[in-house]
Design a binder for this molecule. Sequence first.
Ligand SMILES: Cc1cc2nc3c(=O)[nH]c(=O)nc-3n(C[C@H](O)[C@H](O)[C@H](O)COP(=O)(O)O)c2cc1C
Length: 320
Amino acid sequence: MFKTKITEMFNIEYPIIGGAMMWLSRAELVAAVSDAGGLGIMASAIFEDKNSFREEIRKVRKLTDKPFGININMFPAFRPVSNDDYIDVLLDEGVNIVETSGHKAPEEYVNRLKKNDVRMIHKCVGVRYAQKAVKVGVDAVTVVGYENGGATGKLDITSLVLIPRVVDSVDVPVIGGGGVGDGRGFLAMLSLGAEGVIIGTRLMVTDECPLHPNLKEALVKSSELDTRLVMRSIGATHRAWNNAMAQKITELEEKGASLEELAPYIGGEAAKGMFESGEIDAGMISCGQAIGLIESIRPAGEVIKGIIEQARAISKRICH
Ligand SMILES: Cc1cc2nc3c(=O)[nH]c(=O)nc-3n(C[C@H](O)[C@H](O)[C@H](O)COP(=O)(O)O)c2cc1C
């Protein structure tokens, strides 16, 4: 059950993709998702040099022999290693699945990756962007709607409308997401025509996610009302957890703050510090509306299996 073009393309058991999360999608979480039958995606931008990136790829391989992918982040960011360096390493290590994400299509990487038999997914938030990515040669597109945690873009189209629009507009398999927290959302995505489903927010609150327990507990207690859009004023809209830092960022944006003025608050270092220390207002953390569906901190593998079991039970109930 739930065999799709995406399970076939990536040789995985279930069409569930573990969304890459900055600072969090390291070996343990990636391997746990893949080992449970999904596709874990490691966030390359976490790593400050080629060696630590290479070590982490090897660590995934020690934890699981299942397929996994690497995210190449094309959003503007201060990054000590260039994406070409990350690609050097991942090719060298024989990784053959790459997800790109950003404001543009991954034109500059397609030739090199395809020449090396890498299958490519591009993640975006609108029909036009998906079409452009397909035109430059990606094998699959991921689209996430307005509910999603992290970059939401400026279009504000909900998943319920965006996914079928993209499915109807491209001729490659579509992975849908934004707001999926359980088997109900998973099945809804497949009903909308997606061949795979991406989850991010749900995976933040798992045992293998390297987030301080204080934060995980605070997130579990949050509801769907506890997110807000930030960074729209600088053209980088993100859905984030509505903590004191997100409110501070909003206030600064309302006052017309420049990128330089916002930088200390939105920068990765503040977030990283908070993730490690557990001071829940010390940084900004991406978070989707699916946070309202999460009731407990569980192992990532249980989350994946739980989604599949719930989806099977629902299919039985509605298709008899
Ligand atoms: C804490 C967090 C960090 C994220 N970091 C990234 C990232 O670095 N790059 C990226 O492409 N997507 C990032 N995302 C987006 C996820 O990969 C995924 O697309 C999204 O979470 C799916 O929507 P959902 O949160 O509603 O499940 C992040 C999401 C969260 C919650």
